[in-house]
Design a protein around this ligand. Structure first.
Ligand SMILES: [Fe+2]
Length: 200
């Protein structure tokens, strides 16, 4: 079954993100969906043709990490935008962030600091599915650094295409705009309380 690009057109008009930037970003996202489908088809065909041992198969297999994560991370990213309200500190997520980072403010400082790291990639708040802990992680490009068994809770794209149209090299200003538009309801909904609490 092929992947289908989701429509995030409802994000157009949110503060701090121009229509040009968002439309270009949607187009890039659609490219990852197209390439993920193409790669899956090509690899299936090569399997059928007995080419599993070939260099071409190995390189296409490697490529899947980039294209698939490029697709899926953009879905987390666009999906956690479009919000208009600040995080309620007394809610489930607010409490959990304070518990795991000492305070909400410490979490925010760490997340923004992760996003400011030099390089292209992602800052992601993950929840470890085994013990339930929240932590911020840097992902290099789309595929390097994902912690196994963890669920992305909040994803922030820090490839230059995510901000350079509107902010030039001022990544910190883009990160502020991102924070102003986080859909905390969606983010909180990604928390899985049942996944931990002593499970083995
Ligand atoms: Fe992107």
């Amino acid at each position: 079954m092929a992947y289908t690009a989701k429509d995030y057109g409802s994000l157009i008009g949110m503060g701090g993100f121009s229509e040009t930037l968002l439309k270009n970003h949607f187009t890039l996202y659609q490219g990852y969906v197209t390439n993920t489908n193409k790669l899956m088809d090509l690899l299936a065909a090569m399997l059928g043709e007995g080419k599993v041992g070939s260099l071409q198969y190995a390189e296409l297999k490697r490529r899947m990490g980039f294209e698939f994560n490029g697709m899926r991370l953009h879905e987390y990213y666009f999906g956690n935008l479009g919000g208009t309200r600040a995080l309620g500190r007394a809610g489930k997520l607010g409490k959990k962030l304070a518990e795991d980072f000492g305070s909400y403010e410490d979490w925010e400082r760490d997340f923004k600091g992760t996003g400011m790291m030099r390089g292209i990639g992602w800052a992601i708040l993950y929840q470890d599915n085994v013990i339930g802990k929240l932590f911020n992680q840097w992902i290099n490009e789309h595929e390097t650094g994902h912690p196994a068994g963890c669920i992305p809770v909040l994803a922030m794209d820090v490839f230059e295409h995510a901000f350079i149209t509107d902010y030039g090299l001022k990544r910190a200003d883009y990160i502020e705009a991102f924070f102003n538009n986080i859909n905390w309801g969606v983010v909180e909904g990604r928390l899985k309380q049942a996944a931990y609490a002593g499970s083995s």
